[in-house]
Ligand binder design. Structure first.
Ligand code: FE2
Length: 362
């Protein structure tokens, strides 16, 4: 396999299909500290789709809604509620990435196309992946505009960043028995490599179980695939699949270099996190005494800690951000560790199950 054919620079953006892009943009701006940098809609001549491009650090979200009930965005919203429909990867050569993926068995949804305006040429193509999610290959080296042709720059009222720096990882939930299929898909069509896996025994026996594999590409593009496993109770992954009506993106890990400041600002803005029992902090090893953050402060904010042979990480998880128990976010600060907080899975699952139970889904 020639790596040149499936070279990936990183995540270009995530596109959300939502019922009301204007209000979603307000939420991600006021609660999560993103700023709107570009826009398309009626005022720009697009009579079907409204999109807000939001940025913070190197994280870019595109929030899109439609005014046409027959548009694919309308069908997506009807079936899935608000969801992340497009995982856009920046590539050096979109045609090569697309042709390679197709040759390896991917199904194309957008053939390689050039979009041009006075700022240059943006080229992209897309293939379908699990559920109704598509992977878009974006080549922007000949484009100097702020997002894409058809969009205009926006300079709205400033909302201070909460300190999010980049997308750490993207996690998809697929049906039982389909994890390996989609892991193979990312490996074969885009050259991802398997970094680690968590089986149901490692993650959980008593608590709602899942299996997970972590894929890495070029050092910094990380995609995890989960599937439900048998447990005494309904897997959190099954709850997602039931309410999302099929596979989709479960959560996005967003990196910060100051998790305390980030979480304080998110909480002040009204973002809700999974509550962690105080007993979690009684059981932590002595090593946490050496962290720069006092354990009392971790406990007050509900920040989880984990370590492995490479270092440690700090993390916590929001509650689902919509009405359905589907998409949520993880805030993560890494200090060497390349793991995902495996040591926290049990405490985390207890917290998730408490919420599932409140929803009548356990
Ligand atoms: Fe995660």
């Amino acid at each position: 396999m020639s790596d040149k054919n499936c070279s990936i620079i990183g995540v270009d953006h995530l596109e959300f299909y939502v019922g009301n892009a204007k209000q979603s943009a307000f939420f991600y701006s006021h609660c999560f500290g993103f700023k709107v940098v570009a826009y398309q809609g009626l005022e720009t001549g697009n009579r079907k789709v409204t999109s807000y491009v939001m940025e913070q650090g190197d994280v870019r979200f595109v929030l899109s809604s439609t005014m046409d009930p027959t548009h694919p965005i309308a069908q997506s919203v009807l079936k899935h509620g608000d969801t992340i429909a497009v995982l856009a990867l920046e590539v050096p050569d979109a045609a090569k990435a697309y042709d390679y993926a197709i040759a390896q068995g991917a199904i194309g949804t957008i053939p390689c196309t050039d979009y041009e305006d006075e700022h240059g040429i943006l080229r992209f193509a897309a293939v379908s992946t699990f559920g109704d999610v598509s992977v878009k290959f974006v080549e922007r080296k000949h484009y100097a505009g702020n997002f894409a042709p058809g969009f205009v720059a926006r300079y709205p009222a400033h909302h201070p960043s909460v300190g999010l720096t980049r997308i750490d990882h993207v996690v998809g939930n697929v049906e039982r028995g389909m994890m390996n299929h989609w892991v193979d898909f990312f490996m074969q069509t885009m050259g991802f490599e398997l970094q680690m896996h968590f089986d149901d025994r490692a993650i959980s026996t008593e608590y709602s179980a899942l299996m997970s594999k972590v894929l890495r590409k070029g050092g910094k593009t990380i995609v995890n695939i989960n599937e439900p496993a048998d447990g005494r109770r309904k897997s959190q992954i099954e709850e997602y699949l039931d309410f999302h009506h099929g596979p989709g993106i479960q959560h996005i890990g967003l990196a910060t270099e100051d998790i305390v400041a980030t979480v304080v600002r998110l909480k002040e803005a009204g973002v809700e996190f999974l509550p962690i029992p105080k007993t979690y902090y009684d059981d932590l090893g002595d090593w946490v005494q050496e962290l720069e953050i006092p354990v009392e402060q971790l406990a007050e904010l509900g920040i989880l800690v984990d370590r492995d042979e490479d270092g440690y990480l700090l993390q916590l998880f929001t509650k689902p951000v919509g009405d359905r128990p589907t998409l949520f976010f993880e805030i993560i600060e890494r200090h060497g560790s390349r793991g995902f907080g495996a040591g926290n899975f049990k405490s985390l699952f207890v917290a998730i199950e408490r919420e599932q139970s409140l929803r009548g889904n356990l």
